[in-house]
Design a protein around this ligand. Structure first.
Ligand SMILES: [Zn+2]
Length: 501
């Protein structure tokens, strides 16, 4: 039975449903409406789970449900609405020991630099290469990781997990993976979450990866007809972390008997924009689930304009000129750039014309970022991951005296090999780190450190001593040393340190 109208879609409770909804089709509204109808039909809120893709989307969904001008549902009556990751964390906390973690002080590691470095350490411990560690990282991001691995990359994944569990940390990729493992091993826990997800609603289905699919499949296994997902394969933007529109394209195979109706509205963009967007999609995305006969809920507007410009600088100028015109017309403007390298040029041109803007990217210059890293470290030197990041900077800046570690003309295959040997020594320090011994403590108590480790240890001790004096006497030695280890300018560092006094 094909679902023909909005009404039929939102009240389809007899088969799994994937709603194909383009940009601005009203996905959040549809999901919220579905929740409202379930509640009004007498469905207990305890058997409804809504999965959103991020904190903002989560809040947006809750607002839509509780606001008086919206669905006006009392907060106390709301069902379980959470992001995929927070649900993963909740499940993980049911039995963390199954994956070598402890419930007390279990934390999520969110820093991408730490993650990359830990994968490299894991790889070096096993005598594999940095490139192998990149493969392992991808394996986890894509959610393809195997248990008891023979494959090199997954051996690294396991080693990485060992390091993380020593510090009682888990990262976003592992949250979902571990949640699945716990559900698969513990039928009672699985039953509990399946019961809560008799009606499972999932937003942004185009962005799920293999392991997120595994979680959705597990949760909905006993009540497939309650599965209701929305997505748009043309809007899949998380390819870099394994999100894959293939799960939309194969929904009917994964969930036999399902319905996949379109939600053919455009509530955000007018016809001219959508028509051009469709042209681009047809040209570059040949697997697209297809063009829909859209019903527009917004009045028609101007044709999109395309400018061909010769340089990034010329482009920045044109963008700023157009922006100024719209600002004068009291319109709000969104500027999208393909890479963050474009920000300085555009913001410069905007400032030059006195246009006020907000930009989510931190503009700290690289050296100041490094100085900040050291300041963060001295204020909490028992944080093992910070210690590890700081050590890496001491190596990169040439302060650990590893020849060729500074990326300059002296880098040769010989010096790279040497650096790897030294880095491997450092990676092996993880063997001594545990929940009681942080990395700095391990380094301080090393029995027979090599030359590099002595240098690193002394530099760390020096910095932390200078910082104590800095707090006591406000003397300049700490600031000077910070300038040495980060190559940042003294006045930048003084600026930075205002926040720590
Ligand atoms: Zn793996």
């Amino acid at each position: 039975m094909a679902l023909n109208s909005y009404e039929e879609i939102v009240t389809n409770f007899v088969s799994p449903t994937l709603v194909l909804a383009g940009p601005g089709a009203g996905k959040t509204y549809l999901l919220a409406d579905r929740v409202k109808r379930l509640l009004y039909n007498g469905t207990d809120k305890g058997v409804i789970t809504v999965l959103t893709f991020g904190k903002d989307a989560n809040q947006h969904m809750i607002n839509e449900l509780i606001k008086p001008s919206g669905f006006n549902i009392p907060f106390a009556k709301l069902p379980h609405i959470s992001t995929m990751h927070s649900l993963g964390f909740e499940i993980l906390c049911e039995k963390p020991r199954d994956v070598n973690l402890l419930k007390t002080n279990l934390r999520v590691q969110e820093n991408e630099n730490v993650k990359r470095l830990m994968y490299r350490d894991a790889s070096l411990i096993l005598d594999y290469t940095e490139d192998d560690s990149k493969e392992a990282l991808k394996c986890k991001q894509y959610g393809d990781c195997k248990e008891n691995p023979e494959e090199r990359k997954c051996q690294i994944c396991e080693q990485y997990w060992k390091i993380m569990s020593k510090c009682n940390y888990v990262d976003f990729d592992d949250l979902i993976l571990f949640a699945c493992r716990i559900l698969e091993k513990n039928p009672t826990i699985l039953k509990k979450y399946q019961f809560q997800a008799k009606h499972l609603l999932v937003d942004e289905y185009q962005d799920i990866n293999t392991v997120q699919f595994r979680l959705i499949e597990l949760l909905s296994r006993e009540s497939r007809n309650g599965l209701f997902v929305v997505g748009d394969d043309a809007q899949s933007i998380y390819g870099f972390r394994g999100g894959n529109p293939k799960f939309i394209l194969r929904f009917k195979e994964d969930f036999p008997g399902s319905e996949t109706p379109p939600l053919p509205y455009s509530r955000r963009c007018h016809d001219k924009i959508m028509q051009d967007a469709i042209k681009v999609l047809k040209k570059y995305y040949t697997d697209w689930t297809g063009e829909q006969e859209l019903k527009y809920k917004v009045p028609s507007g101007e044709e999109p304009q395309i400018w061909k410009l010769l340089s990034d600088k010329a482009e920045a100028k044109v963008v700023a000129v157009i922006a100024r015109q719209f600002v004068q017309e009291k319109k709000s403007i969104l500027i999208l750039v393909p890479k963050k390298e474009f920000f300085p040029l555009i913001t410069q041109e905007l400032s030059r014309r006195g246009i006020v803007y907000s930009c989510p990217i931190s503009f700290l210059p690289e050296r100041v970022k490094i100085a900040k890293l050291f300041v963060d470290w001295v204020t909490n030197s028992s944080n093992t991951f910070r210690t590890r990041l700081v050590i890496e900077e001491l190596i990169n800046k040439g302060i650990a005296h590893i020849p060729g570690a500074k990326k300059d003309k002296r880098t040769t295959p010989e010096t790279i090999k040497n650096r790897i040997i030294e880095e491997t020594e450092i990676a092996k320090l993880w063997e001594s780190v545990n929940k009681k011994n942080d990395l700095f403590l391990v380094i301080k108590n090393l029995k027979d450190p090599n030359k590099t480790l002595i240098k690193i240890r002394d530099e760390l001790l020096n910095l932390s001593d200078l910082f104590i004096n800095f707090k006591k006497e406000k003397c300049g030695e700490f600031i000077k040393q910070l300038a040495v280890v980060s190559s940042a300018l003294l006045n930048n560092i003084c600026f930075l340190l205002q926040y720590f006094q």
